[in-house]
Ligand binder design. Structure first.
Ligand code: COI
Length: 356
C-alpha cells in the first residue's frame, strides 16, 4: 500500500540511448527518454511505484483497455533555463485534471504527492534528454489504463499508471488551415468532452481525416447539438481576436480545461487585453471573417503552445487571416509564456516547479 512519502524504487538503464540521439532533430512524439515511472492498482490500492528503463509493455489480448477504451492521459512539459535549471510548467494543474478525468472514467484517484514525486524524480533522472534551445522541451506523458484480463463490459479492478517522457521541438511547422465542422461532433452534453480520455481522440480521427483529404490540417469543432457554437480546434482550445477583444469559448462540460488556455487567459488579463470567456457562435466568427474584424486565431495546447491559424473555411468559403507577423496578441502572449517557462521573466503566478 502506498502511503505519503513512500519511496519510489529505481532501476537505472544499463544502456542509455542518449549518446545516439540527436536532440536537435527530434520529431514530436517519436523519441523516448531512457526511463519511465510505473505503478499498479489492485485490491483497492496503488502498489510498487518504480522508475525502470523505458520498455515495451506485455499485456493479454483480453486486456480491458484494448476493447472498451477505459484509459486517460495527460500532457505537460519540462523546460531548461539558460542557467541549466529545469522546471515543470504547472504540474499541479495536470495532476488535478488527470484525477478529474479518472473520476469521469471510473478509474482510481492518484495521490497528488506521489504523482508529483514521480514527475520530479523521473524528469530529474532523464534531465539530459531536454533539448536546451528555444524550441526544445521535454514532453511528459502520464497515462492510466484498465488492466484486467477480462472482456465483460464493466469498470476494471486493476489499473496501470505510467509516465514516460519525450524530447520534443515544435508540433506544427507552419500556420494551420482549419475548417469549421458542422456535421460530425467531438463531444456532446453529458459526454466525456472535458475528460482527457483516449476515446475522445479516437472519435475525432474520421472527421479529421475527411478534412485532411480536402487540404485542411485540422477541424474547428462545434457543439454536438446544433453545430452553432465554436468549441475547440483540433486537439487544442481555440482563441480568436475579434476587433481588439480576445475571445475563447467557456468550458461547460464539452471542452477540455486546457492548462495553456488558462495561462493565456491569465496573462491576457494581466496585460489589460480585453478578454472574454463566453459562448462564441459560428455566425459571429463567420461575420467577423467576412468583415475583416477577425484579426487573429490560434489553437492553444501543451504540445504546440500556440498554433497560428492561417485560414478558416466554412461551408464552401475559405477565409484567409492576416499574416502571422501581424499577430500582436498571439506573439505577445506566446512570448510571455515562453519567457516564464525558460526563466527569463519573473514567475509571478507561481507556475514553475523546480526539478532538483
Ligand atoms: C496538446 O496540445 O497538449 C494535446 O493534447 C495534443 C496531444 C494529444 C498530442
Amino acid at each position: 500500500m502506498i502511503t505519503t512519502g513512500q519511496k519510489i524504487a529505481i532501476e537505472e538503464t544499463k544502456h542509455s540511448r542518449l549518446p545516439g540521439t540527436d536532440l536537435a532533430n527530434v520529431k514530436f512524439g517519436r523519441t523516448f527518454s531512457d526511463h519511465m515511472f510505473v505503478m499498479d492498482f489492485a485490491d483497492g490500492e496503488w502498489r510498487e511505484p518504480r522508475i525502470v528503463p523505458y520498455a515495451d509493455l506485455q499485456m493479454s489480448p483480453a486486456c480491458l483497455v484494448l476493447h472498451y477504451a477505459q484509459t486517460i492521459f495527460e500532457g505537460l512539459k519540462a523546460y531548461r533555463s539558460a542557467d541549466g535549471s529545469v522546471n515543470l510548467f504547472r504540474p499541479q494543474a495536470n495532476i488535478a485534471r488527470m484525477n478529474k478525468s479518472a473520476h469521469r472514467m471510473c478509474m482510481p484517484h492518484i495521490p497528488e504527492e506521489l504523482f508529483m514525486d514521480a514527475l520530479l524524480q523521473l524528469v530529474g533522472k532523464d534531465r539530459g534528454w531536454i533539448p536546451g534551445d528555444e524550441e526544445g522541451a521535454l514532453y511528459i506523458r502520464p497515462f492510466m489504463y484498465a488492466a484486467d484480463e477480462f472482456i465483460g463490459v464493466r469498470t476494471a479492478e486493476t489499473y496501470r499508471f505510467i509516465i514516460f517522457t519525450c524530447p520534443v521541438r515544435g508540433y506544427y511547422t507552419e500556420a494551420v488551415k482549419v475548417k469549421i465542422e458542422t456535421h460530425y461532433s467531438r463531444a456532446f452534453p453529458g459526454g466525456t468532452g472535458e475528460a482527457k480520455c483516449g476515446g475522445n481522440y479516437a472519435a475525432s480521427l474520421y472527421p479529421a481525416k475527411l478534412a485532411h483529404d480536402k487540404g485542411y490540417h485540422q477541424l474547428v469543432w462545434t457543439d454536438g447539438m446544433e453545430h452553432k457554437y465554436i468549441e475547440e480546434s483540433g486537439t487544442m482550445n481555440i482563441f480568436l481576436r475579434i476587433g481588439d477583444t480576445l475571445v475563447t469559448p467557456d468550458t461547460d462540460g464539452t471542452i477540455l480545461h486546457g492548462v495553456t488556455r488558462d495561462s493565456i487567459i491569465q496573462l491576457a488579463r494581466r496585460e489589460g487585453i480585453p478578454t472574454e470567456v463566453r459562448r462564441v457562435t459560428v455566425e459571429e466568427v463567420v461575420n467577423a471573417l467576412r468583415n475583416g474584424t477577425l484579426k487573429e486565431a490560434f489553437g492553444a495546447g501543451t504540445a504546440a503552445t500556440i498554433a497560428h491559424i492561417r485560414s478558416i473555411a466554412h461551408e464552401d468559403r475559405e477565409f484567409e487571416l492576416p499574416s502571422v507577423e501581424d499577430r500582436e496578441y498571439a506573439t505577445k502572449l506566446g512570448g510571455m509564456l515562453d519567457d516564464i517557462r525558460r526563466g527569463r521573466a519573473a514567475d509571478t503566478f507561481g507556475w514553475m516547479v523546480p526539478v532538483r
